[in-house]
Design a protein around this ligand. Structure first.
Ligand code: ADP
Ligand code: MG
Length: 210
């Protein structure tokens, strides 16, 4: 905790904005950052250097909103680049960071900083992405937002990879590779396997439920 100009203690916090691609995570991160800037709080915005889809340094939404950011190659670089006066730290595409990101985030919050994180909760197979599980568990607030399914127009909470690009979890791409889809319009072979296995044993499909 640290003292604010009124002599009160700043209590740090961790906010997570998650959901599939195109759900508005970056728009929401930019909205929160702009409000903090209006309140004249010193804000630093970081993004992983791997994500250079739209701009090398800026954070850019699919609706072309953008804000200046600092690209960093790993989570420790966030601590190295931090100014003493910073009150708010925003990190976009947080799922791409290394496994130390949750320690870095926790350290920031303990220093009295408001930490705003945006990232994919699931990869294209529907599995938790990177350090997201720890970050969701640590967070003071979590907003899981939805996009619009490109097939049926319903709420979409999945990211569908249109072409199977090897098996790599991380293939940085855009609408050329990915679409937002609802559960019905997303085929996950791993989820299907769960239907056939129960406590590690194959389920006898010929037996009717008792
Ligand atoms: P995210 O960071 O979650 O990928 P962005 O904030 O960059 O999302 O972009 C959200 C914007 O993307 C929406 O406001 C809309 O203009 C656009 N968009 C494009 N495709 C879709 C879709 N399938 N569902 C919702 N929004 C979409
Ligand atoms: Mg985004």
């Amino acid at each position: 905790m640290s003292l604010n100009p009124l002599g009160n203690y700043h209590s740090g916090s961790i906010e997570v904005i998650c959901g599939p691609m195109f759900s508005g995570k970056t728009e929401e991160l930019i909205r929160r950052v702009r409000r903090a800037q209006i309140a004249r709080q010193k804000v630093q915005i970081f993004k992983p250097a791997i994500d250079d889809r739209y701009h090398e340094s800026n954070v850019v939404s699919h609706s072309a909103q953008e804000i200046q950011a600092q690209p960093v190659k790993d989570s420790l670089e966030i601590l190295k680049k931090l100014f003493d006066s910073t009150r708010v730290v925003a990190i976009d595409e947080v799922q791409f960071f290394d496994e130390s990101i949750h320690k870095v985030v926790s350290k920031l919050a303990r220093r009295g900083i408001r930490v705003i994180l945006a990232g994919l909760d699931q990869d294209y197979k529907g599995n938790p992405f990177g350090s997201i599980p720890q970050l969701l568990a640590m967070a003071d607030s979590v907003d899981k937002i939805q996009a619009i399914c490109t097939v049926c127009g319903g709420p979409a909470s999945k990211t569908y990879r249109k072409f199977d690009q090897k098996e790599d979890q991380v293939v940085v791409g855009e609408a050329d590779i990915y679409e937002a889809r609802c559960r019905t319009h997303c085929d996950y072979s791993e989820e299907e396997e769960l239907l056939f296995f129960h406590w590690g044993k194959p389920v006898d499909q010929t037996q009717s439920p008792s």
